[in-house]
Design a protein around this ligand. Structure first.
Ligand SMILES: C[S@@+](CC[C@H](N)C(=O)[O-])C[C@H]1O[C@@H](n2cnc3c(N)ncnc32)[C@H](O)[C@@H]1O
Length: 421
């Protein structure tokens, strides 16, 4: 794996941020400070370069971003909350602790998402935000969306717990990368149009929106076109993916691929727990974690034959709450992959994980690919993507999946022959 797209955040960033956050209101401070990172990153990509009047302040930058697309209005409302002193301190903080830089020719945006995890304790503790490492995101996209791209014209994909958008970025990349092989997604617009995301955290969704638009704009710029961002087909929503049945993006059966790294926490609020239990009785048993109803939601979003790939907690395999899920729910679907990722290093994350891929069809006698872990990391890798376990998983999946694709395509091209005597 030569994935250098997700460099680690600067050493000590969270600790340094804590001293700034101590003087800001607990409920708004993390969002304000993170907005400073979004502004600094936007400046580093050259986005403000030709804006008139010139953008010189954090508030000016956020107002400028907010005007680009209706999905970005959040940033303008946030700018209006900042007073001059807070703005000065936030700007000084990011000057002293710059995020790993992006530049015009190679916009990646991963550090923006990772910074929200480093700054917002509420996002981590109460909503279980944990950024998906790029190697895992690329793998989930490959095992679901690349399959769907082989099978449908312009398949649609959603991440119903999209957070700051790491998996959406992978999905956009997968769709746009394909333009060279097949004219399914001939331009960045059609690729972006296929990608959908929902999360209950408005700040994370606003971050995902700006990241996707930044990538979309950069892809257009590569071809010498300067697009109007307001025209970008962006499909993101702030919603409770487990309980909101009125959100159009959560309409059942609408997608050919669904990917997620769902929250693994056990819900604490008794009323919410009861409502989730009522809505997803087929998987909610005893003290269930949110990952189980999330899987049920993911399968519910899939069209018949669609592909679902998730990185999730493996606790259901060992605990009583997983009994109903394992014995009654999972056997309804075709399982395609089960990959033990429990000893892969995931920053800020102690929960042992598994990658599972299902297809929305009844099970048949096709084989399930299983990759079982034998050894853990000898020491903590600095870059998650080049840990030994991540590298071994990616290499093995690539080997098996390349062979599978070859045999599927060969079978599809086989012409029935008639023997002539
Ligand atoms: C493990 S993180 C996903 C990270 C994301 N895929 C990424 O790597 O950028 C889990 C996400 O689930 C979201 N979440 C938790 N409960 C939710 C709910 N009921 N509806 C929608 N999103 C929810 C959290 O806000 C968090 O962003």
């Amino acid at each position: 794996v030569t994935d250098n797209r997700q460099p680690p955040l600067p050493e000590g960033l969270a600790k340094a941020a804590a001293s700034v956050l101590a003087d800001l209101p607990a409920d708004r401070g993390p969002a304000w400070l993170h907005a400073g990172a979004v502004h600094a990153h936007t400046a580093s990509t050259g986005f403000y370069r030709h804006r008139r009047p010139r953008i010189t302040t954090l508030r000016g930058g956020l107002d400028c971003i907010a005007k680009q697309h209706p999905a970005l209005e959040y940033w303008g409302a946030l700018a209006a909350e900042l007073d001059a002193d807070t703005e000065r301190r936030i700007t000084a903080f990011w000057r002293a602790h710059p995020l790993p830089a992006d530049h015009d020719a190679k916009v990646e945006t991963y550090p923006l998402g990772d910074a929200w995890q480093a700054l917002s304790l509420a996002a981590v503790k109460s909503r279980a935000l944990c950024q998906t490492p790029t190697w895992a995101g690329a793998l989930l996209a490959r095992l679901s969306y690349t399959r769907a791209l082989d099978e449908w014209d312009r398949p649609r994909i959603i991440d119903p717990a999209c957070g700051t958008g790491h998996l959406l970025v992978e999905a956009f990349r997968a769709a746009h990368a394909l333009r060279a092989r097949r004219p399914v997604f001939p331009d960045p617009d059609t690729a972006l149009d296929a990608v959908h995301g929902v999360d209950c955290d408005p700040h994370a969704v606003a971050t995902a929106a700006w990241r996707l638009l930044t990538l979309w704009r950069q892809r257009h710029n590569l071809h010498g076109v300067v697009p109007d961002l307001a025209d970008a087909p962006l499909h993101l929503a702030v919603a409770d993916a487990l309980l909101d049945d009125t959100e159009p993006l959560l309409a059942p059966g609408s997608y050919q691929a669904v990917i997620a790294n769902p929250p693994y926490i056990t819900p604490r609020d008794p009323a919410a727990t009861a409502a989730i239990r009522r809505r997803w009785p087929e998987v909610c048993h005893r003290r269930f974690p949110l990952s189980l109803p999330f899987h049920a939601r993911m399968m519910d979003l899939l069209a018949p034959g669609g592909h679902c790939a998730q990185l999730t907690s493996n606790a259901f395999m060992k605990r009583e709450f997983g009994k109903r899920y394992v014995e009654q729910y999972l056997p309804r679907f075709q399982m395609e992959w089960v990959i033990d990722s429990s000893s892969a290093y995931i920053p800020g994350h102690g929960t042992p994980t598994v990658i599972m891929v299902h297809r929305n069809t009844a099970p048949d006698d096709r084989p399930v690919h299983a990759i079982l872990g034998k050894q853990g990391e000898p020491s903590r890798p600095v870059w998650p993507a080049i840990g030994h376990v991540a590298e071994a998983i990616v290499a093995e999946v690539t080997r098996i999946d390349d062979y599978d694709r070859f045999t599927r395509r060969a079978a599809a091209h086989q012409v029935p022959t008639t023997r002539v005597r």
